[in-house]
Design a protein around this ligand. Sequence first.
Ligand code: PMP
Ligand code: GLN
Length: 381
Amino acid sequence: MAQRLDGLGTTIFAEMSALAARTGAVNLGQGFPDTDGPAEIVDAVVAALRSGTANQYPPGPGIPALRTAIAEHDRRFWGLDHDPDGEILVTAGATEAIAAAVLALVNPGDEVLAFEPWYDSYAATIAMAGGVRVPVTMRAPEFAIDPDELRAAVTPRTRLILLNTPHNPTGRVLSREELTAVAEVAVEHDLLVVSDEVYEHLVFDGEHIPISTLPGMRERTVRISSAGKTFSFTGWKIGWACGPAELVTAVRTAKQFLTYVSGAPFQPAIAMALGLPDSYFTGFRDQLRDRRDQLAGGLRELGFDVVQPAGTYFVTTDVRPLGWTDGVAFCRDLPHRAGVVAIPLGVFYDDPEPGRSLVRWAFCKRPEVLDDALARLRVAF
Ligand code: PMP
Ligand code: GLN
């Protein structure tokens, strides 16, 4: 195996989903819904498959209808203005958009600031690009960005800030003040920002603010999102990157040689989905808020220290009140002890210490599944 893959191993999500399958445990680990999104979106894929016009390579940047729909969606919800022709690129999920952006914008030896705990593909992608990951820690229980720690992490080699809000795994939604602090650092040091906003519609408290809407940021930000979370079709892998033409062209150059294109029959369906009325987006969010309250409330009653998430699919808990100190050991034992799977946060840090006793639980599941998991936990603890 090449050195660039040193230490990457198997993703924690695959490991824990396999453990759930092996033990028959309720899987509150990997973040994917257990219910499909709207049937009309599935029908649009079926129609595309049968149309005879959507089964060959789509255009490199994505079909025009989808790029236009992304631009209109981003204008409608966030007041952003990206030209579908040159400033928007369709990718194989947000994962590919992140990888292509980092490969396109980071030179070997460049430093990339990444807030920890991070989404696991960030560390792997930076390593594969030959970049140097420089962690900036978001500390429990607030998981706020400390502007002084951020400033202290900048060096003459810093090239890019990898940002994520709403934030996986903590459920934090970054405030305008925090984003302004990040923007100020980026402008002052002329840094690029790759902003992962896949949970943009899953904000229960507060508001989602794309950093590219802040002064001086549009020209230096690649904004990334994906249809997976917003429409509950995580397996379709339709994502996108938006930003100034110069940056998007660079991302596209890398993307061409990763997958070239993907998901032809899904693209027209997601174009339609992005135009659904506001009631779809708010209704989906309200449903997830109920699930959050159900799982977070149940975990709190069980005695966990619960960090109430303002967004995403996930709730983070500290397991120390239950007598455990190590989240990895807790999660390895949990399927056997309780028949439930969760994800330890320690693996999302450079030095696991600040996240050692933290565990993430996914609530993007049917209420009866969450009840079943909570009932199992009540028997075990
Ligand atoms: N970023 C974050 C923060 C995520 O949680 C995920 C997946 N759950 C992704 C990126 C990847 O998105 P996709 O499935 O569209 O590749
Ligand atoms: N993003 C999902 C999570 O955080 C997992 C996606 C994956 O397995 N790559 O659980």
